[in-house]
Write a protein that binds this ligand. Structure first.
Ligand SMILES: [Zn+2]
Length: 317
């Protein structure tokens, strides 16, 4: 039986249960946080994270995969506290979340030296804890595959090849990054079944999506509620069309929600939440998306495939 690392040690894949494959209990910039801590309210961050953890648990979720890496304040101790106090299982990643920028410390290391860093965490633990990452995270967005992004992807691929750990790659369909990311992984010899191209559900272009699926990777339909990238109705139609074409074994449903985020000043954030992404939450799937997909023909088997079986297959691959 394959096992998966959680913040409380390895478990059999069968113990994962119903899993949200892409949510964050906190997503803030660690440099800003360290230098300007007055911008942050730790007690409030903790309260909203716990409220979300308890809410998803109430909807039958046993495991939350939290793909926070460098630059999203991945904090193993914080995530372990969320798991301990909620009873959820939380799964973490190693890797770097950047669209191009790298600090000198990583600019002046090559692909293999970056891979060494990821492998060190996989073998020894994150941030000097014994909490180990279950997968490797990288990202490509609007700037596309810049030299820095290519380096991080090749490093992720080499760390995966050395350890057998799967990869989650943040993508931007509007820039067509998914295909480029898969090209790099294939060149590096990574088994496509170990790769999840996150945020593929930000497009309803079925040709783009099917071409990705032909490689054998998993895709994330994982930003439900983020209408700024694609409104819910188009996400629903895309999910149903893909289920209809028989791709349930390659799909994940999630929201890429984050309990707290520092990307905008507080008042702007409140405005955006109310006006641009009113539905975005860690429970939108259960309140609206899943009931409606069921009404429109999704079977219980297809739902289980996406939320129970696929997490086992990808994380245990
Ligand atoms: Zn995310």
């Amino acid at each position: 039986m394959p096992s998966v690392e959680t913040v409380n040690g390895p478990i059999d894949v069968d113990e994962l249960g119903r899993t949200l494959i892409h949510e964050h209990f906190r997503a803030v910039d660690e440099a800003t946080r360290f230098q300007f801590p007055h911008l942050y309210d730790e007690a409030e961050e903790w309260d909203v994270a716990m409220a979300d953890a308890n809410a998803v648990k109430g909807h039958g979720i046993r495991t939350v995969v939290e793909p926070s890496a460098m630059f999203l304040t991945r904090d193993a101790a914080f995530s372990k506290r969320v798991a301990d106090e909620s009873g959820l299982q939380v799964v973490l990643a190693t890797g770097v979340y950047t669209y191009d920028h790298l600090p000198q410390s990583l600019l002046n290391r090559d692909e293999d030296q970056l891979a060494d860093i990821f492998v060190h965490e996989i073998e020894h633990g994150i941030q000097r804890t014994d909490i180990k990452p279950a997968f490797i995270k990288c990202a490509a967005d609007e700037p596309g595959i810049t030299p820095n992004i290519e380096k991080v992807h090749r490093a992720a691929a080499r760390a995966s090849n050395r350890t057998g750990k799967p990869i989650m790659a943040h993508s931007r369909p509007a820039s067509g990054t998914g295909h480029e990311q898969m090209r790099i992984f294939t060149e590096e010899g990574v088994d496509a079944a170990k790769v999840q191209i996150a945020h593929t559900g930000d497009t309803d272009d079925l040709d783009y999506i099917e071409k990705l699926l032909e490689t054998g990777c998993f895709i994330g339909l994982d930003r439900y509620g983020l209408d700024v990238f694609l409104p819910t109705e188009q996400r629903q139609a895309t999910t149903l069309a893909l289920l209809d074409r028989g791709y349930a074994e390659r799909m994940f449903l999630s929201q890429d929600y984050t309990s707290s985020i520092d990307w905008f000043p507080r008042e702007v954030q409140a405005y955006l939440k109310a006006n641009e992404v009113p539905d975005w939450s860690m429970t939108f799937l259960f309140e609206k998306v899943i009931p409606e997909l069921k009404e429109r023909g999704m079977t219980d088997e297809q739902l289980d495939q996406m939320m129970v079986e696929n997490p086992k297959r990808w994380l245990g691959s």
